[in-house]
Write a protein that binds this ligand. Structure first.
Ligand code: ZN
Length: 472
């Protein structure tokens, strides 16, 4: 990861730029999707054979096709036999250009997200370059998902794009800098002391900036829940359930931590899930990456056959291939047994299901690029992992549409399909409420009313594969 320069002021007027990307880019261009089954995400329902009208980047009408008149000069997309959902939000993603890939290719990376129906994305270890990218997207200079940008990672020890804080004073200063720079939230990762953690959440509350991220020893889950932190990766839950260090973050790489699972009880997980819901915490479990990389494993032929494998640049690909080989050795398997790996996945899935059943709030995040998953593609896998954990397809979809908008306080702007909403729309060839895998069958995407048919989306992925990826 690149070294970071803190303090660049980047205040950004969000909503006012919403209209920049409209129709085919011309201001006032109008779009209509006709005869389509609308999945508005305002409720678990479908509006069959409806027409959605768009002008100036906003939905202006949603009604039965027989009742909605399409104005002359409107670009018409035939939606018969298709489903229309709100644009998807990936609440936890990164870019290859956070590392060695040139920043000049970041726009191509955002194109891959859009091609997968992602119209809002939260970059989870922020840089000044991300703030500039956020401005460029908002101004319509770059075609991409609207960006939210977390601060550089606040850690207790050196790391890439990190702000190391070891004292409460340093912690407060780092939060102040992140807020002044215009980052949307403060991102926490590893090695924070309790006094530093307390200072971070206190200073963030004073400056009304959200705190998101990891929950790692010595910060207990209960403290993070009480402080209103937005929690990623289900960090801290196994430690809270077992009363000892377990598999959170770096714990998965320590063989001596895996036997801790033998003492894990489901009823303890269920009570933690209830506490999470009662605390009103927002949970981004990033199930797909963690479950596949550390629990179930990934078949290498299947990985290589996935469309996003070729997007991996050569150097990080080699790095993860080596890490994978180190993780999956026969010797390790004697302790990191199949039964314990199954328990790891089952425990994470049970937590997510129990949190949802208790009325808790789930956010979909892919945590890509990681372990051969890439943004865009990875979000669809996260939706599938949420369903595999026991959520309904509708609940999984809500975690990537309505819920992120509510979390960000922007439910009036996006996250559902209704008059007045931003025209971020995804046209699908199958019913995602029947089978969430249908979110991958994309016929077209509207980003702020700008319509991109499948051929254009495929060209965006092909271009990124050529320029970012390491090829087959
Ligand atoms: Zn991450």
């Amino acid at each position: 990861m690149r070294g970071l320069r803190i303090g660049t002021a980047a205040a950004l007027a969000w909503a006012t730029a919403a209209g920049a990307q409209t129709g085919d880019g011309r201001p006032g261009a109008a779009l209509a999707v006709t005869g389509v089954h609308v999945v508005p995400m305002t409720a678990d329902t479908v509006l069959r054979d409806h027409t959605v009208l768009v002008r100036d980047g906003r939905v202006t009408a949603v009604g039965p096709s027989a009742a909605v008149r399409v104005p002359a000069g409107t670009r018409v997309v035939d939606g018969r036999g298709k489903w229309l959902v709100p644009g998807l939000a990936d609440m936890h993603t990164h870019l290859f250009s956070d590392d060695a890939t040139p920043d000049s290719l970041a726009a191509d990376e955002l194109g891959v997200m859009v091609a997968n129906g992602v119209t809002t994305a939260r970059l989870m270890i922020g840089t000044p370059e991300h703030l500039a990218l956020r401005r460029d997207v908002a101004a319509g200079r770059v075609l991409g998902p609207r960006l939210r940008v977390a601060s550089p990672q606040l850690t207790g020890r050196e790391a890439a794009n990190a702000r190391v804080v070891t004292t409460p004073e340093q912690a407060r200063a780092a939060v102040a800098e992140a807020a002044a720079a215009g980052f949307d939230c403060v991102k926490l990762t590893s090695g924070l002391t309790l006094p530093a953690y307390e200072a971070i959440v206190d200073e963030a509350a004073r400056r009304r900036i959200r705190v998101v991220g990891h929950v790692e020893d010595p910060v207990p889950l209960a403290r993070a829940l009480r402080k209103g932190q937005q929690l990623e990766h289900l960090d801290g839950y196994l430690e809270a359930a077992l009363g000892r260090p377990s598999l959170t973050q770096g714990g998965v790489f320590r063989l001596d931590r895996w036997p801790t699972l033998d003492a894990l009880e489901d009823r303890t997980l269920d009570s933690l899930a209830g506490a999470t819901a009662r605390a009103g915490a927002w949970i981004g479990p990033t199930l797909a990456v963690f479950n596949s990389a550390f629990g179930t494993g990934q078949d290498s032929a299947e990985v290589r056959a996935r469309p996003d494998f070729v997007l991996w640049p050569a150097a990080p690909r080699a790095l993860y291939l080596r890490a994978e080989a180190r993780y999956w050795t026969a010797a390790n398997a004697e302790v990191r047994t199949e039964a314990r790996r199954r328990r790891y996945v089952a425990a994470r899935n049970r937590l997510v299901k129990a949190i949802a059943d208790s009325g808790g709030r789930i956010l979909a995040g892919s945590d890509t690029p990681e372990w051969f998953h890439v943004y865009g593609f990875g979000l669809h896998r996260e939706l599938q992992a949420l369903v595999a954990a026991g959520l309904t397809p509708y609940q999984a979809l809500a975690a990537a549409t309505r819920a992120p908008a509510e979390y960000l306080g922007e439910a009036a702007e996006w996250g559902t399909i209704a008059a007045g909403r931003r025209a971020d729309l995804v046209l699908l060839d199958g019913d995602p409420r029947a089978d969430v895998r249908n979110t991958t069958r994309i016929a077209g995407v509207a980003v702020g009313g700008r319509w991109l048919p499948r051929a254009e989306l495929e060209a965006m992925v092909a271009k990124a594969t050529r320029r970012v990826g390491g090829g087959a």
